[in-house]
Write a new protein. Structure first.
Length: 499
């Protein structure tokens, strides 16, 4: 009989810490429901004391999903735990995730403390949380750089205090796979009562070893992995859920199973990418655009003769539909709705479906074919009705050897404004005209253009960072016209700092 590995997804907590990737509560519920369909065992829904938004999200996610455990993060502070307990009141299965730094660096510089006091604080936090919730997970922050003997003392103490899961994070992504695996093995062999708790991994990808470290931890006794969709997360990200799930599926000799329905991986990946406006790199393992693409003549020849020559996975195993419906301007509303459901987007509001369909028809008139990323972009697009600043019109004249000239019209809370400007290129001219209307000291810090697929008629995605009044705001725009997409991204930033 295979061992069971529990999948702890922290896309909605650690993943959402990525600048510019914040979701509103409705979007978080949408992702949580998709994670439930995917088969995730534990959903870390947020850090409740950090903000009213996080607190409310944990409450609403608890109401929205049925069987996964809902987890709330805290520090080893009683007030944090009180707020987390309150946020979990509607959860069918609830877990408190509390902890403290254990490395000498954290003890000295972060807490100005000593090893004995840290153990006391860790035990006190677990005991306090245990008064309210049975399932308690303890994290030993920066365990990757904590010496094994002291780490074992901490782990033994919190298990005796009532921890049901102990998380061993490689917080900085520093460990080598051999080192991290040896750390887990040491704990399994030297901690009295280790059989009373599950050891969990939480590996960051700073040196590109998150998945390797996680797998090494599993092979040495860890039976929970903390992961995110597409590997998103703080700094260089976390271990990718899809990578661990498919490694175990492909290497059946490891004899460890998960509850993951792998056919839901691709739609979940696309949903998270679309809602968070965070593109998946084309060569990303499992879910990247090129993951199952072959351009080399030798590879193409081999795949055509027998797919197993170069593909170790069937694309359908991760939810890639080889026979997907191609949507064009002649496709009906039902075909669009079906494709949305295949991509993991369930829309009950028929008026919203009608709105998406009308925008789909306009896009399909400009493109020969509408792909999955286009559809997700349409489904996830922020309705202009809810924005204070809206783009009314944009006209740009540009060319080689002439000055670019832009005319722009904005609707600001029902009032109409128009301006024109010249610039060093069409985007520069359009943004200068926009800034004439807004009249605020704004600085463009980052400007990234990404084509969703291929072709001159493709939808372009624009990501921007704009600095205003000492704060950086992240904006997103998508359009077949890249100048329009750029202006919409800038307006998105403006709407965020006007809130």
């Amino acid at each position: 009989m295979s061992d069971r590995l529990f999948i702890f997804d922290t896309t909605l907590r650690d993943g959402e810490q990525v600048p510019g990737c914040q979701l509103n509560t409705i979007e978080k519920i949408q992702v949580a429901k998709q994670l439930e369909q995917l088969g995730v065992d534990i959903i870390e829904a947020g850090f409740p004391i950090s903000s009213p938004g996080d607190f409310n999200s944990v409450i609403e996610i608890s109401k929205a999903v049925t069987w996964p455990t809902i987890c709330a993060l805290t520090r080893a502070v009683e007030k944090d735990i009180d707020v987390a307990v309150d946020s979990l009141k509607y959860a069918k299965h609830k877990r408190i995730h509390t902890g403290i730094g254990t490395s000498d660096s954290h003890i000295k510089y972060k807490f100005n403390s000593n090893r004995e006091e840290i153990i006391e604080r860790a035990v006190a936090a677990v005991k306090y949380a245990k008064k309210y919730v049975e399932d308690i997970e303890f994290y030993a922050e920066d365990a990757g750089r904590t010496d094994n003997e002291y780490l074992a003392r901490v782990v033994e103490a919190v298990i005796k205090a009532g921890a049901t899961v102990v998380n061993i994070p490689d917080t900085t992504g520093y460990c080598l796979p051999s080192e991290y695996g040896a750390k887990i093995k040491y704990l399994m062999e030297h901690v009295d009562g280790i059989d009373k708790a599950i050891i969990s991994t939480h590996c960051h990808n700073d040196l590109g070893m998150a998945t390797a470290n996680t797998l090494s931890g599993v092979l040495n006794g860890a039976r929970q992995v903390e992961v995110t969709i597409n590997g998103i997360g703080e700094r260089a990200g976390n271990t990718s859920l899809e990578e661990i799930a498919m490694i175990l599926r492909c290497h059946k000799d490891i004899n460890i199973d998960t509850n993951i329905n792998t056919t839901k991986i691709y739609p979940t990946s696309r949903m998270v990418s679309s809602l968070m406006n965070m593109p998946v790199q084309p060569n990303k393992a499992i879910v990247g655009r090129n993951a199952f693409a072959h351009s080399s003549g030798i590879h193409q020849d081999g795949v055509l003769k027998n797919v197993s020559t170069y593909e170790i996975m069937n694309p359908k195993d991760v939810g890639l539909d080889d026979n997907s419906i191609v949507l064009t301007a002649r496709s009906g509303r039902a075909a669009l709705k079906y494709r949305l459901s295949v991509l993991g987007v369930s829309i009950e509001n028929e008026e919203f479906v009608d709105d998406i369909y009308q925008r789909f028809l306009k896009l399909a008139d400009r493109k020969k074919e509408v792909n999955d990323d286009d559809i997700l972009m349409l489904a996830g697009a922020d309705s202009a009705k809810t924005r204070a600043v809206k783009l009314d019109f944009l006209q740009v004249t540009t060319g080689m050897g002439v000055k670019s000239v832009a005319s722009i019209g904005l609707d600001i809370s029902g009032q109409k404004f128009e301006e024109a400007s010249t610039g060093n290129g069409p985007v520069d001219a359009a943004i200068k005209a926009l800034k004439k209307i807004i009249q605020k000291q704004m600085t463009l810090k980052e400007f990234t253009i990404q084509a969703i697929s291929k072709g001159s008629d493709d939808v372009g995605k624009v990501h921007m960072q704009v600095e205003y009044d000492g704060n950086v705001y992240y904006g997103f725009g998508a359009n077949t016209d890249i100048v329009t997409a750029s202006v919409e991204a800038y307006i998105d930033c403006i709407n965020k700092f006007r809130k």
